[in-house]
Design a protein around this ligand. Sequence first.
Ligand SMILES: [Mn+2]
Length: 312
Amino acid sequence: MKVATRINSYFREGDKSLDRVFAQFEHVGLTHVDLNYPEHVAGISPEAMREMLEAHHLKLNGTALRFRSDFINGELGNADPAIANKALQLCHEACDYCRAVGGTNVTIWLGFDGFDYSFQIAYDRVFKQLVKQFQAVCDYAPDLLVSIEYKPFEERSYAFIDSMGLTGMILAAVDRKNLGVTLDYCHMLMKHENPAFAADIFGAAGKLFGIHLNDGYGAQDDGLMIGMATPVKTLEFLYYVKKHGYDHAIYFDTFPVIEGAEEECAQNIAMLKMLDGAIEHVGMDKIQSVIDSNDAVQAATLVRELFCSMGR
Ligand SMILES: [Mn+2]
């Protein structure tokens, strides 16, 4: 199992040294790293980054775009062509860095492409512009997986790419093999989506490129430890992730604030392994046969069986 977690959780304690954080990642049992671009790579050459990762027996999963101040009124979909082009160039740089360090995935979350007011943006113009921009990123780096992470709101009151539905429309319109989706579990709860639904649809289409696992109550991006709020939904989600042969890193996008980052991460790893073990113990065929029966009482029986199989 490939597992990664949020570097910034570890920056809260001690200095902002990636070498120190990577040593802790190795110690807790993580295998992969996602770097926010550009903030985590400032002043570090790809060669130096690769060496630092190798020294701690870690691999780069990929880079994740972080758009800051220049882009507060929109990134790839910005109405100002100069700013939109600057956002595109940043995506290209993130692709170059990812490839040079041996990563495979470039994750793009457009936190500022969206709106706060009625009559503020031209929806169709933004849609068509985003399609062209994603085509440009995909064609720039056909050897990499470009992945859209959607979130319904925050930074803006309404995000443009806000849901599995809109993301699916973008994927279809962009029509590139190397464009897919990163499913962030909490973001889906915020949109009142059932995470397993998207995992099955995108997984079956070969478009599941990234997973951000966490938990929450739906009203906001809580970033809680895995399985602590919605364990049944998490089990169903993990079932489909397994069913569709997902083979990239599972990234814990959790926000330990009071908790120690390493203890919190260890808990996430232990919970993920326990939930996965329960699915293994009950068996994929058995679970599928219950789903195929389309029967809520059988589903409830299955959930009890999964709970009873934990830690066995
Ligand atoms: Mn995320």
